[in-house]
Write a protein that binds this ligand. Structure first.
Ligand SMILES: *Cc1c(COP(=O)(O)O)cnc(C)c1O
Length: 433
């Protein structure tokens, strides 16, 4: 479901309007992030359409990808549930109005109190390890929990192209390793002894994992569920949580792969998922938000050093942390704009696009061919709707920038909706105690 305008024209329109409304200002708003709310709605619609209506699927949004409460509330209005992995995200999901039974708690380090709160409210829990299982045993006692409770299995099928994003390696810190000696049998017995253990959860990884690897992980999880149900002689495992991890194309404006393509692959590889025998949950984050956001920043200075052109901007490691520290794994497209927001169309010249942080590696792009940047211009970092401005890195006391949602109506009128206000310098001066 493409939006009416090409993505580049839409971004340019939004930037011009943001400058006009002074949401970007060369003194007072040096940096801001933007989320395309029409685009988010279209992405959610695509996700929902990828799974047949007759299936019982809870699509949850992985809050860590963009944890702003007003955005989470919008996703709830679009029919999403919410996957959370920390006490903060848990609180944000509740504040966004998600019903507890549409929240899934997945952290690998859940405290007793966090588990107790989840079980008390009826929030779904995926248990990460044997010790957590013991804690849940103690909390459940002889009762019947309101929460649906699952176990996260690690199919141990290997990683993708980014090690830090790969959660299904043999030695991953996540889940219970299905291939480790004795674990399969021990897990089957754990299910046998606990009739309330009814879901199997898998999340193979995030960016960098090929679809075949994701599908293989899901197949192993379903295979394990079938084993449990077979050995127990009853359909105790009623649900499969497929995790997230659909990769995002950062190279151009095409959405690829698509939810429909991934669902088609799953249907071919794991037909049991689609025969109605299991309830399903998904936990996509990046693939719902990344391409629906961009970050804009002013160019403060330009210079040439050792023959290299450098533009010093206000967007660096504080908002593009992964790109700055792992530039090969997380390259970003950057566009150049006049102070009005209009796209610059000069001949491309290789330039380093630097951030404001006081360390030499604070570069969001190196030798990037762009129309020559000048002081007062704007740069836009594309596809940064997930895991960028909302996973801020505290360095040089740089404050968190504002995040603005936007919609564009049929006549082309842009409307902004605040998602997060900019942090003020005074907030950095909070006294102790
Ligand atoms: C991070 C994470 C997700 C979301 O991953 P994306 O790559 O953003 O889709 C889903 N489930 C779990 C358990 C995660 O840790």
């Amino acid at each position: 479901m493409p939006l009416p305008q090409p993505a580049a024209a839409r971004r340019e329109r939004v930037l011009r309007e943001a400058v006009r409304q002074r949401l970007l200002d060369p003194e007072d708003a040096l940096l801001a992030a933007f989320v395309d709310l029409d685009g988010v709605a279209a992405s959610v619609a695509n996700l929902r359409a990828a799974f047949p209506d007759r299936l019982d699927v809870l699509h949850t949004f992985a809050a860590k990808a963009n944890c702003l409460v007003p955005l989470l509330a919008r996703l709830r209005e679009l029919g999403m549930g919410c996957e959370v992995a920390s006490p903060g995200e848990f609180a944000q999901a509740l504040a966004a109005g998600f019903e507890p039974d549409r929240i899934v708690l997945d952290s690998p380090a859940k405290t007793r109190r966090e588990l107790a709160a989840a079980l008390e409210l009826g929030v779904a829990v995926n248990i990460d390890n044997w010790q957590e299982l013991e804690r849940v045993d103690a909390l459940v006692g002889t009762g019947t929990p309101r929460s649906r409770i699952g176990v996260r299995v690690n199919p141990q099928i290997g990683g993708g192209s980014i090690g830090a994003m790969s959660t299904a390696t043999a030695t991953s810190k996540f889940g219970i390793g299905l291939a480790d000696e004795g674990n399969g049998k021990r897990l089957v017995e754990a299910f046998r002894e606990r009739p309330w253990l009814t879901w199997v959860h898998v999340h193979v990884g995030s960016q960098g994992c090929p679809l075949d690897l994701l599908a293989e992980g899901v197949a192993r999880a379903v295979g394990f569920a079938e084993r449990v149900n077979g050995e127990l002689g009853r359909r105790q495992v009623v649900g499969i949580d497929l995790g997230g991890g659909l990769p995002v194309n950062f190279a151009d404006d095409t959405t690829a792969p698509t939810f429909a393509g991934y669902a088609a692959l799953l249907r071919a590889r794991v037909p049991e998922l689609f025969d109605g025998g299991y309830r399903l949950a998904t936990e996509f984050g990046r693939s719902l938000l990344a391409k629906n956001g961009f970050t804009a920043a002013y160019v403060e200075y330009t210079k040439t050093s050792g023959g290299r052109r450098i533009a010093v901007t206000h967007a660096g490691a504080q908002v593009a942390t992964r790109t700055v520290f792992m530039p090969d794994a997380w390259p970003l497209r950057i566009t150049a704009h006049h102070p009005s927001g209009a796209a610059k169309d000069g001949a491309p010249v290789p330039q380093d696009v630097a951030g404001p942080c006081c360390f030499a590696g604070d570069l969001v792009a190196v030798g990037r061919p762009l129309p020559l940047l000048e002081p007062g211009d704007l740069v836009a970092l594309l596809d940064t709707g997930a895991y960028y401005a909302t996973t801020h890195f505290q360095y040089n006391s740089l404050p968190e920038p504002a995040v603005h949602g936007f919609t564009v109506d049929a006549a082309g009128a842009v409307r902004f909706v605040p998602l997060r206000r900019a942090q003020g310098i005074e907030e950095l001066l909070r006294p102790v105690g």
